[in-house]
Design a protein around this ligand. Sequence first.
Ligand code: SAM
Length: 276
Amino acid sequence: MADDARPPRRDRAGFPPTRKSLGQHFLIDRRILGRIADALHLTGSETVLEIGPGRGALTDILADRAGRLVAVEYDRALAAILRERYARRSNVLIAEADVLEVSLSELAAGPYVLVGNVPYYITTPILFHALVPPRADRAVYLVQKEVADRLCAEPGTKEYGALTVNVGAVARAETLFKVPAGAFNPPPQVDSAVVRITPLATPLVTPDEERPFRLLVQGAFGMRRKQLRRVLRSLYSVDADAAEAALSATGIDPAARPETLSATQFVGVLRWFRQK
Ligand code: SAM
């Protein structure tokens, strides 16, 4: 039999070998799994979208608490196992896909809440992907503690960056609790934390401004140690006078650095240039 025709190896529970390249660290602490589901505040009627269900530890809990559950798993063997496990549950859909390649709102097909013990090799891309409107009503993620710290960082700290500002412009991020490496099998090399992201009733940017805002913020943090007068000249291809005029009109010190600007101040700069 050719190698690729052989059925994949399985452990005693019937699972295929762990694929570390897919960030497979399975949560085995039942108390923490319950607390993650609790953090979603489900009423029983919501559509829940789960990213990376893996072996289904969190999925099992969500399937009982959600009105409808859609789980997106990239690993074909795990998706097949889950599809079989939930075959008789008409409210559970297992989608085999790369979460970054699908539209979350189209998959949910209506209002939804988002949850995931996300694969750490693509945490930041997933967080940005989930910012594309229409967004989830709320999202609960298990992430590296370092990412949780970046999400909740204050201006002027080393954790404060493009992720903080882009999320902060449209939502409130809060760290709910820490999760030690020993809660996973196999354990990751970092500590983790559960964060909840709740959209602002009134986002700081309009849907139309979101893309240029992201470009401004990412461009600025690419030069986080440079003075803003230099940063704006470079990002907007303007001369020194125009950069200084933008900063004085928005009440920002031209010698300040991007890492000290609040999301509101970035919005001010964006709007000034868009009006020009
Ligand atoms: N939710 C499970 C748990 O808590 O035990 C598994 C979490 S594990 C950290 C991340 C899961 O995401 C794995 O099952 C992995 O196969 C899956 N995954 C990795 N890359 C993915 C991608 N691009 N799209 C969807 N799922 C992905």
